[in-house]
Design a protein around this ligand. Structure first.
Ligand code: ZN
Length: 312
């Protein structure tokens, strides 16, 4: 079991204004801010991580807030187009009321695959869903003053990829990641792994004539899948490479170790390890409270901090 893909590890998206992004996810949505760091390739841009108490794989949503001048992305084929969170049954009424109060754009709740869900947009136009999962979700949610555990998000339910053609991506999911087709409704194909109980679903939506999406503000940059450790990570590297796809060498992301490859449908996939986790550079109680820099930027901390927007 442990040498398999263990569902979603994290999802990374692009935002505009940093404080607006921080406020929305910590206050309105009630996620824990688990890490404040910088883009390792561009230390003058933040990299934010939101999740449950410890930043468990399958709960981690991360953002590069590129600032107000960010170009708006365009939804289309070859990208992840919806992020689905699992919420407790009966909680959608709370969320509708909350979205009303905070001027969040949402659709009235609907049903797909037998589950009630509520679609909404974050301040940058990123599309998310809250789904009342029909399968038990025993994960412990992070709780805030305003978003108590009876209604709080428990981590990812699924991710949706929009594609011109489902088959090439389905091949990767089934043949490399060991996912199986479990359900279909119209042009939506639901794939899931039985290696984990949660964050186990990838929906593929086929739109033959859809224009290519543009990844920029308000869109998903990549989807990361979880593996147990470095050894298994490298086994997957060999499997992807054997298909003739190009894949990066192992990259050290401080909180996990990663590989990146573009799946044939155009979506950037990452495979990431559980180790070492988010307590590697600050204690659990203080996660997200201090700016954490990778070693190569420590010497420039003062200058970097000065150029990053305040979140207060
Ligand atoms: Zn990533």
């Amino acid at each position: 079991m442990e040498n398999r893909i263990l569902g979603i590890h994290h999802i990374t998206a692009i935002a505009g204004d940093a404080k607006r992004n921080f406020d929305f996810y910590t206050k309105v949505l009630g996620l824990r801010f688990i890490k404040k760091t910088v883009n390792f390739d561009d230390p003058h841009t933040y990299h934010f991580y939101f999740g449950d108490e410890v930043g468990s794989a399958g709960t981690i949503l991360t953002f590069f807030p590129w600032g107000d001048r960010v170009h708006r992305g365009r939804k289309g084929a070859g990208m992840a187009t919806e992020i689905g969170y699992s919420v407790p049954k009966g909680s959608l009424d709370f969320w509708v009321k909350r979205f009303e109060e905070h001027n969040v754009i949402y659709n009235k709740p609907s049903v797909k695959f037998g589950e009630r869900y509520l679609t909404f947009l974050d301040p940058d136009g990123l599309k998310l869903e809250l789904i009342e999962s029909e399968t038990p979700d025993n994960r412990t949610p992070w709780e805030t003053e305003e978003v108590k555990k009876e209604v709080a998000t428990k981590g990812f339910h699924n991710i949706t990829l929009t594609l011109n053609e489902v088959a090439p991506t389905a091949f990767i999911l089934t043949q490399v990641f060991e996912y199986k087709l479990v359900k279909q409704e119209g042009n939506r194909y639901r794939y899931a792994t039985d290696a984990v109980d949660n964050a186990a679903i990838v929906d593929l939506v086929e739109l033959k004539d859809e224009h290519k999406g543009l990844v920029a503000g308000g869109s998903v940059h990549h989807v990361a899948f979880r593996v147990k450790n470095d050894e298994i990570l490298m086994e997957f590297r060999a499997k992807v490479e054997a298909l003739g796809l190009s894949i990066t060498p192992q990259v050290d992301r401080n909180y996990f170790h990663s590989l990146y490859f573009r799946e044939p449908g155009g979506v950037l996939f990452e495979i990431a390890t559980e180790n070492p986790g988010f307590t590697v550079d600050e204690p659990l109680a203080e996660l997200g409270q201090h700016l954490q820099l990778p070693a190569q930027y420590e010497a420039r901390r003062e200058q970097i901090e000065k150029r990053l927007a305040s979140l207060n």
